[in-house]
Structures are given as structure tokens and as C-alpha cells.
Design a protein around this ligand. Structure first.
Ligand SMILES: Cc1ncc(COP(=O)(O)O)c(C=O)c1O
Length: 318
């Protein structure tokens, strides 16, 4: 698997950006793989490399019925010759395959087998005793946490940041949607420092902006900080007011912004993650946050698999 497929950095043209004298790009990571797209691709690659090194034969992971990560893991497993097991939240689905989401159906088509567990059991999934039991039940399994978020996943963003650096070495702002914060930690950790200290950057230092899609996103700060370890970090901020009611919730202004963006730039978004990031960007722009001369990059983190065939249930991805 190519860990650093080059994706376009598309310049977005809008008279509003000219009025504010800023340049705006979208980094098109939804195009990095047809199925394991966006941040999932970057998070999985280093984990898959270790699974291969450890001679594991199965990938085992966790998720809800609409999880982008479950779909991505199933596809990656099939491409690399692993078996795959999904531990899925919602025991009631075990006896009702007709109620499976498009995500679960797709994962099953890619060979993933499921264990459906109660919501209460699901909450215990990361405890040492549960993980120990799973490892003993499946000794040849490589266990990946929910959402694919672990220290190795963060390393997966190094090639992406190198790529962005060659495509636009003088960017000033990078925006990304945030779930667990692992993606944001990777972006912060692998943003080169030399550029940030350059003369040019002194008036407009590089800033990385994360947009949590869940309510009260400030609780993510210590997790992100822990993933950064002692890495000297660029200024970064969580913009916690753009969750639109919480995870998988939408609002009419959000959906309107999504439709406008898609129509103007012909780039599809998903309502759970990337649309909230774009919504936050426009609001910050209207508040005058970006100084003239800013070069803003909006990171497309993928998530489009959940839009297929889901109709109105598309707002439940994870
Ligand atoms: C499309 C998309 N964007 C962003 C995120 C957030 O990633 P993270 O959990 O690393 O913060 C996710 C997480 O599942 C996602 O599916």
C-alpha cells in the first residue's frame, strides 16, 4: 500500500476570499483511496505495517453501526489478505441483518465478521481485562482501537504534512474536523517548525484549528496534549462552538452551508465531520479571524462512504 499517495491541493475561488485578501485551499484527502479514504487511511497504514511485522492474520476493531473506521478496516483487511472482525455496538442487530446499515453491509461484503455487544459491554471495550480476554480469544489478531486512534495512527500523518509542505510551504492556517483528536494531534506534531520561525511567518504564525463535532469538545485537549508528548507544538486551538447540537446532529444553517459549498466547488462533504469544519471556517472568516495574506488549508478528511445509500440516516457515522 502506498503510504503517501499525492492528492490535490485545490485552490477554492470565491469573491469573498478576495474581499478578505486570503487564499483558501482544500487538501483533497477524500481522494487518497476509493474506500479507506481521508484520515482513516493515514491512521491505518502504520497499524497495518505493524500487524504485518507481527505476523498477525486478523484485524480486530470496534465501532458503531455507521463507523467510517469499521468500513475502512474491512476494506484494508481484504486488500492485504487479513481476516477482519468488528466488535459492534448494539446487540439488537445480531438477529436483524435486515437492519444493518450500509456501512455494516459493505464491511460484511469485504469479509468482516461481527460480534454485536450491548452498549454497556461496549463501554468496557478498552479496559485491560477486556483487551486481554480478546487477545487470548484471538491470539493472531492485531487489535486496533475504536476510530483507529492510537499513537501509531498519529505517526501516519507525517507523510501527509510533508506533502502539504511541498505543495504550499507558506500556509498559515490548517483546519480539520475532530472526533477523538488523534488526527489533529498528528497534524500538529508533524507541522515543520523551521517554516514557522521564518521572518515571513512572524506576523501571522501558523495555527492549526480543530473543530470538534461533539459537544463540549474541550475535554479533548488533555488527550491531544498527551499524544503530542513533549513535541514542541505550534499554536493550536479547538473551536468548540460548531458541533451543531452534538455528534451526528445537524442544523439548517450547517446543511445550507454544506449545499452551498458543494454547489460552488463541486466537492462533496459529509454532514458529520467535514461540513462542520467548513461551517466553522466561514464563520471564523466572517468574524475577521484570518488576517489579509493568510493562506488557509481546509483538510478534507473523507467520510463519504457513509453518504452512500444512507439517505437520512447518513448522520450517524463514527
Ligand atoms: C471523516 C472524518 N473526519 C474526521 C474524523 C476525526 O478524526 P479523529 O477521531 O482522529 O479526531 C473522523 C473520525 O472518525 C472521520 O471519520
Amino acid at each position: 500500500m502506498n503510504s503517501n499517495k499525492k492528492t490535490p491541493l485545490t485552490k477554492l475561488k470565491d469573491p469573498l476570499f478576495e474581499t478578505h485578501k486570503i487564499t483558501v485551499y482544500m487538501k483533497r484527502e477524500e481522494l487518497n483511496h476509493p474506500h479507506i479514504q481521508g484520515n482513516k487511511w493515514h491512521k491505518l497504514i502504520p497499524n497495518l505495517q505493524v500487524a504485518i511485522e507481527q505476523h498477525k492474520t486478523t484485524l480486530l476493531t470496534f465501532g458503531g453501526a455507521y463507523s467510517n473506521h469499521i468500513a475502512a478496516t474491512a476494506v484494508a483487511a481484504q486488500e492485504l489478505g487479513f481476516k477482519s472482525i468488528g466488535i459492534i455496538r448494539g446487540q439488537e442487530l445480531a438477529l436483524h441483518p435486515e437492519k444493518w446499515s450500509h456501512t455494516l453491509q459493505q464491511a460484511a461484503q469485504y469479509g468482516m465478521t461481527f460480534q454485536f455487544i450491548t452498549r454497556m459491554a461496549y463501554r468496557q471495550k478498552s479496559t485491560p481485562s477486556v483487551l486481554k480476554q480478546l487477545q487470548s480469544d484471538y491470539p493472531k489478531a492485531y487489535i486496533i482501537p475504536e476510530g483507529g486512534s492510537n499513537a501509531l495512527a498519529i505517526k501516519g500523518f507525517e507523510p501527509l504534512m510533508q506533502q502539504i509542505e511541498t505543495q504550499s510551504p507558506n500556509w498559515t492556517h490548517l483546519l480539520s474536523a475532530v472526533g477523538t483528536g488523534a488526527t489533529l494531534a498528528g497534524l500538529i506534531k508533524y507541522t515543520p517548525f523551521e517554516i514557522c520561525r521564518s521572518k515571513e511567518a512572524q506576523n501571522n504564525p501558523r495555527t492549526i484549528l480543530g473543530i470538534p463535532v461533539l459537544k463540549q469538545g474541550d475535554y479533548l485537549k488533555p488527550n491531544i496534549q498527551a499524544w503530542l508528548e513533549d513535541t514542541p507544538a505550534h499554536p493550536w486551538k479547538l473551536l468548540t462552538d460548531y458541533h451543531c447540537g452534538g455528534y451526528a446532529k445537524t442544523s439548517e444553517p450547517l446543511l445550507q452551508r454544506m449545499r452551498d459549498f458543494e454547489q460552488t466547488f463541486d466537492i462533496p462533504l459529509d454532514p458529520i465531520y467535514t461540513a462542520k469544519m467548513v461551517y466553522a471556517f466561514y464563520d471564523q472568516l466572517n468574524q475577521g479571524v484570518f488576517k489579509p495574506g493568510s493562506k488557509v488549508i481546509l483538510l478534507h478528511t473523507g467520510g463519504l462512504q457513509g453518504r452512500k445509500l444512507e439517505g437520512t440516516r447518513q448522520n450517524k457515522q463514527g
